[in-house]
Write a protein that binds this ligand. Structure first.
Ligand code: ADQ
Length: 473
């Protein structure tokens, strides 16, 4: 990750174009007060960097500030093409249709999805803007890779403008079953939007199957296994590509003396407990925070977990705070943690250390390394990278992962302590089991998990997808 003050480039074109809701850079302020850009530390950017560099790739996305128009610029060897959004569009397209309708609907409707026609209109308009920008930037015959649920109409809108392109789409969140998807007033438009791609990628085979089944039933198109025949005679492939992380770089970071030292310090600051339990999540209602915290609180209350020996650190980064359901969740969790800590009746360290901060990668690695038990209990999650990051940061076969069956990662990480997060008693038992199993049992499970994560890293994910896309004609 390095910084660059952002060289302006007028109208870039490229043979490899990524289209995502957000640009691959974050704005930073230099010591002298001037601003610049820094490559976002996320896995997607890391995965695509080599392909971007080799092809002088371009990344199209919103830069994060409403009502601001920016010209294209380059940073860190990437061409960045900002798409502007007005404040109203941020409200209707992003907070509205993307995060108030699609996000809850695609996550089993664990919160009620809201359907508003003006949100949909903004979604269409913004998707058109992204597609128009991609059509300008893509060279003849270029590969364009569209990312995620905010941009599901872009493949079709782009193909209408540029039939010469090879278009891929990847959905980072679950694709819901028929019964839920059918609720969407704009269900056919979304399916048709996605079918503009040559290859539609999902986290799990189940998502790909849901999509193919919907296309057959709703659009009456011919399908065969993972192939769909479109009305204009093309074949669209729908397949699973479980996303992963840059496992080696997480491992090496966690191995560094500075991180090792910091991990020791964290445990020391927590009172050198026998067991440190860790949760790291975006503060989101899909992540199962309520269930997890309740389970731990009950174990403490019942005297089955001794807070003198066991501490639970929960990092929860606030997100989407302008959406009502997220504000409510934050209040609920604050109250729940406060109640559990208050009722513990101890002077000194509380049973739960609850942190709202967002940390740099080395601090995350230190937390993962310091922890004995990682708890990842989403009610529904496309994949869940936190689970994989924890495993990559282990330096030996110690430690345990408690993982929800409803995280995409559970399909690969079969040797984790799998739980149904809706079953609070089951969650409590599983947590105790993970805490009390012998080091030999931990090692047997962890060896398998580490092998899985190191063999299936983010590079493999990107090359599997891009090779399949290149194979489409
Ligand atoms: P998310 O819902 O954001 O991603 P997740 O996959 O766990 O969930 O990724 C979170 C990322 O944020 C991780 O890389 C983690 O390290 C980082 N992070 C979390 N808390 C942090 C903190 N306090 N400070 C710094 N970094 C923090 C969506 C889907 C997932 C899917 C991914 C990728 O919901 O299911 O796995 O996209 O496709």
């Amino acid at each position: 990750m390095s910084t660059d003050r952002g060289k302006k480039s007028s109208s870039p074109t490229s043979s490899f174009v990524v289209v995502a809701n957000r640009l691959a850079v974050d704005r930073i302020e230099h010591a002298d007060g001037s601003t610049g850009w820094r490559t976002s530390p996320g896995g997607l950017v890391t995965a695509l960097e080599p392909v971007m560099r080799a092809n002088d790739g371009a990344w199209i996305g919103w830069h994060g500030a409403p009502d601001e128009k920016l010209r294209p610029f380059s940073s860190d060897g990437m061409q960045l093409v900002p798409v502007h959004l007005t404040s109203d569009e941020v409200r209707d397209y992003y907070e509205g249709l993307s995060n108030g309708t699609l996000w809850p609907l695609y996550h089993d409707a664990v919160e009620h999805p809201h359907f508003h026609r003006e949100w949909w209109d903004a979604y269409v308009e913004v998707n058109e803007r992204f597609a128009a920008r991609a059509a300008e930037v893509a060279e003849p015959g270029a590969v364009v890779w569209v990312q995620d649920y905010q941009l599901q109409l872009v493949p079709q809108l782009l193909r209408q403008r540029r039939p010469d392109l090879r278009i891929g789409f990847f959905l980072h969140i679950p694709f819901p079953p028929l019964e839920l998807f059918q609720q969407l007033p704009w269900r056919n438009q979304i399916l048709e939007g996605l079918l503009g791609a040559d290859l539609v990628g999902f986290q799990l085979p189940g998502g790909a199957q849901n999509f193919v089944r919907l296309v057959r039933q709703r659009l009456h198109l011919q399908t065969h296994r993972d192939r769909v025949r479109t009305a204009d005679g093309r074949t669209v492939l729908a397949r699973a590509y479980p996303i992963s992380i840059d496992a080696d770089s997480f491992h090496d970071l966690a191995a560094s003396p500075a991180v090792e030292q910091r991990a020791k310090q964290i445990r020391h600051d927590l009172g050198d407990p026998t067991t440190m339990i860790l949760g790291v999540d975006r503060l989101d209602y899909t992540k199962g925070l309520r269930q997890r915290i309740r389970a731990f609180g009950e174990l403490v209350n019942e005297g089955r977990v001794d807070p003198e020996e066991t501490v639970y650190v929960q990092v929860a980064t606030p997100s989407r705070e302008r959406v009502d359901q997220y504000r409510q969740l934050r209040d609920d969790i604050d109250m729940l943690v406060g109640r559990i800590n208050g009722e513990s009746g101890r002077i000194g360290r509380p049973p739960i250390t609850y942190l709202h901060a967002s940390y740099p990668r080395d601090e995350m690695a230190a937390l993962y390394r310091a922890a004995d038990i990682m708890v990842v209990t989403p009610l529904r999650d496309g994949m869940n990278l936190v689970a994989k990051e924890f495993i990559a940061c282990r330096q030996d076969d110690s430690g345990a992962l408690v993982l929800s069956e409803f995280a995409g990662a559970a399909k690969e990480l079969r040797q984790a302590y799998l739980v149904n997060p809706y079953d609070i008693n089951g969650l409590k038992e599983r947590l105790l089991e993970a805490m009390t199993d012998s080091p030999r049992v931990h090692a047997r499970r962890m060896r398998f998990l580490r092998k899985q994560v190191f063999e299936n890293d983010i590079d493999r994910w990107a090359s599997l997808f891009l090779d399949d896309l290149a194979g489409r004609s």
